[in-house]
Design a protein around this ligand. Structure first.
Ligand code: NAP
Length: 243
């Protein structure tokens, strides 16, 4: 297991999973939506077109732990198509942890798509332990995916992030963990729908023309407050909460 140390606020070394889960916990008694991203030191969100090339074992450990307390995992269709996601199935330790706390064994996978250009034969749907949800717009061709997912209209031209949160909350999915991608993050940020960010800084300079972790036409400056800083070797894990 990759060693992860806490640098701030109270330095500690070799944190176990329970200590990490306590550090990344969101405030109790509130609905929340947080995002998890990785970027290089110079701000690249991808290497060779994917985020996976930037991460290592420690990032994977945090990535998996961040999923653990979530009712739903949110993802944009672009990332789903590029990163080759499978069914949203957590490992046995995560399932045991969740069941001990009265949570569903696995979180619900929630996809955001305007076009609904998603393959119903993808493992996202065929290997899903929980029927996924797709949030889309008025007029999208929902019939093709209706057999494999609940397709919910959440907007006219664009999916409205606040409507997504309300629709999910109505279904008991109040704690939402987002894994991207940049367009989803940009639109949720612009709507004021993001409560926290977990950002891994991969110890590499990428150069080139990779995009950032947010994308979109609307600038949306949002003050954030530093909640914790973790380190694994040369990699940093920054946890920011919305001010
Ligand atoms: N560094 C990281 O941590 C990280 C994390 C995730 C992804 N990525 C990378 O990001 C790249 C993908 O970027 P991306 O921005 O295209 O990903 P994305 O945000 O996952 O997907 C964009 C797509 O999501 C849908 N969408 C997003 N916001 C919408 C809205 N408000 N209303 C309606 N539909 C909406 C649209 O789907 P339709 O096209 O189906 O209409 C849109 O084309 C990949 O290279 C991936 O590897 C990096």
């Amino acid at each position: 297991m990759s060693d992860v140390d806490l640098l701030w606020p109270d330095p500690a070394s070799g944190l176990d999973d329970e200590a990490l889960l306590a550090l990344i916990a969101m405030p109790e008694g509130r609905d929340w939506l947080r995002m998890n991203f990785i970027a290089s030191i110079d701000g690249a969100a991808t290497r060779d077109g994917r985020s996976g090339g930037l991460g290592d074992a420690a990032d994977r450990r945090l990535f998996d732990l961040l999923r653990r307390p979530a009712d739903a995992i949110l993802l944009g269709a672009g990332t789903a198509r590029i990163e080759g996601y499978g069914g949203m199935r957590l490992d046995a330790a995560s399932v045991a942890w969740r069941e001990a706390r009265g949570l569903a064994a696995h979180p619900t996978f929630v996809l955001i798509s305007r076009s609904l250009h998603l393959d119903p034969a993808s493992p996202i749907f065929t290997e899903a332990p929980v029927r996924p949800i797709i949030c889309t717009v008025v007029g999208a061709p929902a019939r093709r995916l209706a057999d494999v997912a609940d397709v919910i209209v959440c907007g006219e031209g664009d999916v409205d992030p606040l409507r997504v949160r309300a629709e999910l909350a109505d279904r008991g999915l109040r704690h939402v963990h987002g894994e991207g991608g940049p367009h989803v993050f940009g639109s949720f940020l612009a709507a004021g729908a993001v409560d926290a960010l977990h950002l891994t800084i991969a110890p590499t300079l990428e150069g080139g023309a990779s995009g950032r972790i947010t994308s979109g036409a609307t600038a949306s400056p949002t003050g954030m407050h530093l909640a914790s800083v973790l380190r694994a070797a040369d990699e940093l894990f920054l946890h920011y909460a919305r001010s």
